[in-house]
Design a protein around this ligand. Structure first.
Ligand SMILES: O=C(O)CCC(=O)C(=O)O
Ligand SMILES: [Fe+2]
Length: 198
């Protein structure tokens, strides 16, 4: 497990650097702030669900990190929003899935978008996935690499605290719109139609 964490962390570091370079930034931010003590794995188990599709395995959300590297088994159930529609992410035994998280969206000033995703349940088979969350330390300040940011500067600790408070009080996370400088909180409307990726 330790070796896996080291390998995935290296991959996440490299991918972050490439994404930053694409924006014309050579940044040490990820190396300096995303360490083994701030990143973590989550092992997800989705039991068989007799009342599919009335409940989700995981409600629609975005991840509160820079990047998530995910491995899903062959059952399927992960979906993401593309062009306003829910799309199923077809499992491939040899593939890892890389999701952009909220922090990369803020850092890139909306050039990269934190992907909305969810997991639907299955009536017949249980499902497993493993996610690696590439996060900085709580005191890390997140500030856009581009001038005229649409978000105010915030610490990752503040962000996490807001997410936790919002989930406790509202039942869902508000996330980045809280930090938007024009303070508009758009209500989330999730598309209903499901389309399959080729
Ligand atoms: O199980 C999956 O495929 C997705 C997991 C996920 O989105 C998460 O743990 O945040
Ligand atoms: Fe997620």
């Amino acid at each position: 497990m330790k070796q896996l964490a080291m390998d995935i962390s290296e991959l996440a570091q490299r991918l972050s650097e490439i994404l930053a370079e694409q924006l014309g930034h050579k940044s040490d931010l990820f190396k300096e702030t995303c360490s083994p003590s701030s990143c973590y794995f989550r092992m997800n188990r989705y039991p068989i669900c007799p009342i599919y599709p009335q409940v989700f395995g995981l409600m629609p959300h975005t991840d509160s990190d820079f990047l998530t590297i995910l491995y899903q088994d062959q059952v399927g159930g992960l979906q993401l929003v593309k062009d306003g529609k829910w799309i199923a992410v077809k499992p491939k035994p040899e593939a890892l899935i890389v999701n952009i998280g909220d922090l990369f969206q803020a850092w890139s000033n909306d050039v990269y978008k934190s992907v909305e995703h969810r997991v639907v349940t299955n009536k017949h088979v249980e499902r497993f996935s493993i996610a690696y969350f590439f996060c900085p330390s709580y005191e890390t300040m997140i500030q856009s690499c581009i001038q005229n940011s649409v978000y105010r500067r915030f610490s990752f600790g503040e962000f996490r605290q807001h997410v936790q408070d919002d989930v406790n009080m509202l039942g869902h996370k508000i996330g980045l719109p809280r930090y938007h400088l024009n303070h508009t909180f758009e209500p989330k409307i999730w598309p209903k139609k499901l389309e399959h990726l080729p």
